[in-house]
Design a protein. Structure first.
Length: 133
């Protein structure tokens, strides 16, 4: 059963947001680990555009009403863009401090969204266990 069918679109958005934040953390970690690699160009996933893309596709996702219907479950990956920072003498444009700040900010967002998801699940559990009393 699809997550959207069971709990509505908000839970699907939470899952997609957490997935994109995990992917962004991996991209930022690659930037940090390549800070001294000559010619390396910093990359990033812009969270705002990814969130808008996820929200735009939420209403258009098909629901299987017949087991013979085919659904394209292929998820498009995030848009990974190169940083517009000016490269140094060796062609590397990674600013280590900036990348660390982005990684910390991303981790804080992840914690906030996962806490919201946890609270939502606790409310659902409460509704299921206490709803019949």
């Amino acid at each position: 059963m699809a997550l959207e069918t069971l709990f509505g679109n908000i839970d699907s958005l939470i899952v997609k947001s957490l997935d994109r934040m995990i992917q962004r953390q991996a991209v930022l970690a690659a930037n940090i680990s390549n800070a001294d690699t000559p010619g390396y160009k910093a990359k990033d996933i812009t969270f705002g555009s990814e969130l808008k893309k996820a929200m735009a596709t939420m209403e258009l996702e098909p629901i299987r009403t017949n087991p013979l219907h085919m659904i394209d479950n292929e998820q498009s990956g995030p848009d990974i863009v190169e940083s517009g920072q000016t490269p140094g003498v060796d062609g590397n444009n990674v600013d280590l401090e900036r990348e660390l700040v982005k990684a910390d900010e991303n981790a804080l967002r992840y914690r906030a969204v996962s806490e919201a998801a946890s609270r939502r699940l606790r409310l659902l559990r409460l509704a299921v266990t206490e709803g019949g009393r």
